[in-house]
Design a protein around this ligand. Structure first.
Ligand code: NAD
Ligand code: TDX
Length: 336
């Protein structure tokens, strides 16, 4: 089987590529990534020499490039991780989110249809469902009510994926996962930002009252869920992914501070995010009962291991925070 993974140099994509290339030595993997600020080839160092892995720098919006790639590598399956992913950035620049997330997905779906791709997996997010009150969970039947430019662009992509199944009978799955954490996450997102700032003795900016709730899942558990959907997902179905780990943001920040032995005085309440969703919580029952998925990590074990990873890989995030990583991967890419 020949699999195209898009966005495989980002946080979840690179964890997935590392996981799959090792697990399936009989499959071939092509990773197409534009290497935006969020893409980092250093994440893929340990598998870059693998014979079943190939990297291509390029844009999912480029129809000709995607067509050539699919033909040249006899691609059977597409898994689309590529996206602009940060909600705060979407508030200042919605256009780049529509381009990467909506147009990019439409181009991939179009080429997939023309080239008779056997299966297309769209990696989506629980944020497409909007926000919850104090009770209840998002199921696959919850109406889409996205509130940010990011989540509305992801919802647009989901609707296109759905339409290509309904209209052209394409074999499509959509996965909607809750907040991920783990190794290789770009330090603009809550957990790596707080860990790295605490280690640098910098303020920890908590939005609003810090009581917004997110439902956390270790990235490796997300990878195993996508692996299952890839192999067992029923055509046209949506699968929610989550491990029932609801935490307030302030809980997360305090856990990080206490684990690191840092000072709680670093906590700095700042202005709230515009349109800040109050609570996310996923009901993963369809994935657990129909496909037999179980997460490996509890939040307690996962966050401990993750904090240790950022302690052990200080140069990885220091390089990113200093901006030096851009030079690093530009050079790495030119040398190839
Ligand atoms: P990320 O920002 O870390 O990585 C995104 C990757 O996509 C980067 O490597 C970037 O270079 C690449 N990319 C962006 N635009 C591209 C384009 N036009 N063509 C090719 N590559 C492009 O994001 P992430 O956190 O790893 O998220 C991956 C996917 O999972 C996204 O689709 C996101 O919506 C979804 N998701 C993320 C989370 C989370 O908690 N991070 C949760 C649920 C779903
Ligand atoms: O500095 C901060 N302070 C703060 O209080 C940051 C960066 C975040 N927050 C809050 C906002 C959210 O309530 O923490 C929570 C988590 O924020 P993010 O890490 O930005 O994640 P979120 O907005 O929940 O979106 C993430 O999960 C779903 C990913 O970025 C999305 O790509 C994914 O779809």
């Amino acid at each position: 089987m020949n699999i195209l993974i898009t966005g495989g140099a980002g946080f979840i994509g690179s964890n997935f590529v590392n996981y799959m290339v090792r697990k399936y030595s009989n499959y071939n993997f092509v990773n197409l990534d534009l290497l935006t600020y969020a893409g980092n080839l250093e994440n893929l160092k340990s598998i870059e020499e693998a014979t079943n892995y190939h990297f291509i720098k390029g844009d999912i919006c480029d129809n000709q490039l995607v067509t050539n790639l699919i033909q040249n590598h006899s691609i059977d399956i597409i898994i689309n991780f590529a996206a602009e992913s940060h909600v705060d950035r979407s508030i200042t620049d919605p256009g780049s989110f529509v381009r990467a997330n909506v147009v990019g997905t439409q181009v991939l779906l179009d080429v997939a249809r023309q080239e008779n791709i056997k299966k297309y997996v769209q990696v989506s997010t629980d944020e497409v469902y909007g926000t919850l009150g104090e009770e209840g969970f998002f199921t696959e039947d919850t109406p889409l009510q996205p509130n940010s430019p990011y989540s509305s662009s992801k919802a647009g992509a989901d609707l296109l994926a759905r339409a290509y199944h309904e209209t052209y009978g394409m074999n499509v799955n959509i996965t909607r996962c809750s907040n991920n954490y783990g190794p290789l996450q770009f330090p603009e997102k809550l957990i790596p930002l707080m860990i790295s700032n605490a280690l640098e003795g910098k303020p920890l900016p908590v939005y609003g009252d810090g009581k917004n709730v997110r439902d956390w899942l270790h990235v490796e558990d997300h990878c195993s869920a996508i692996d299952l959907v890839l192999h067992k997902g029923v055509s046209g179905e949506v699968y929610n992914v989550g491990g029932h780990n609801e935490k307030t943001n302030i809980d997360i920040v305090e856990t990080i501070i206490d684990t690191l032995g840092a000072s709680r005085e670093l906590i700095t309440y700042v202005e709230d995010r515009l349109g800040h969703d109050r609570r996310y919580a996923i009901d993963p029952e369809k994935l657990t009962t129909k496909l037999g998925w179980t997460p490996k990590y509890t939040f307690e074990s996962g966050i401990k291991e993750t904090i240790q990873w950022y302690l052990d890989n200080r140069s990885w995030w220091e390089r990113i925070k200093s901006g030096d990583y851009m030079n690093y991967y530009k050079k790495q890419y030119q040398d190839k």
